[in-house]
Design a protein around this ligand. Structure first.
Ligand code: FES
Ligand code: FES
Length: 191
């Protein structure tokens, strides 16, 4: 293996040929980048575009701090290469609400005291947005007794559906309360 690390070896070839140009659409704006093809979407956001609202917790798909929305679906951006997302609509926390006009989920997190240090919160909110869409699309939860029954945003299902988003401050009861209140409001508005 050490031979590959000498000049002219495989590693050198990869290093010399890894740079690529790509365009990403983030929060409705196009960004052009010249980066190493091995850069994750998370590092492209944070290190190259300075959109640091998306957090890095584990960098291994285990904590959910890096959750963003891609075409409305939630993903762990640390597990996905940036170049895989040309042509996708990427939404980060910077594209959700403003300080003057919070998104309902952001307002609910404030009202329910759904955070302490706040490090997990951008990922929690992006994940909750995607999760509420999954419920409205009728996707069953792993704790659904009947997979054909309508999906519901009860405490048990919210906990299961949000289980990929860890909170080291253990604000879970208030996070669930915040999400449940938004789910109730949306259900009432749709009724
Ligand atoms: S940083 Fe991506 S899941 Fe933890
Ligand atoms: S509020 Fe601190 S990690 Fe969740």
């Amino acid at each position: 293996m050490s031979g590959n690390r000498t000049k002219g070896g495989l590693v050198d070839w990869i290093e010399a040929n890894a740079t690529t140009e790509l365009a990403l659409t983030i929060n409705g704006a196009e960004h052009r980048l010249t980066i190493d093809a091995r850069v994750t979407l998370l590092d492209a956001l944070r290190e190259h575009l300075h959109l640091t609202g998306t957090k890095k917790g584990c960098d291994h798909g285990q904590c959910g701090a890096c959750t963003v929305l891609v075409d409305g679906r939630r993903i762990n951006s640390c597990l996905s290469l940036a170049l895989m997302h040309q042509g996708d609509a990427i939404t980060t926390i910077e594209g959700i609400g403003t300080p003057e006009a919070l998104h309902p989920l952001q307002a609910a997190f404030v009202a329910a005291d759904g955070f302490q240090c706040g490090y997990c919160t951008p990922g929690q909110i992006c994940s909750a947005m995607g999760m509420l869409g999954e419920i409205e699309a009728g996707w069953p939860s792993h704790v659904s007794d009947d997979l054909d029954a309508p999906a519901v945003a009860d405490t048990e299902q919210i906990r299961e559906r949000m289980s990929g988003n860890l909170c080291r401050c253990a604000a879970y009861p208030h996070i669930v309360e915040a999400i449940a209140s938004v789910a109730r409001d949306r259900a009432e508005a749709a009724a």
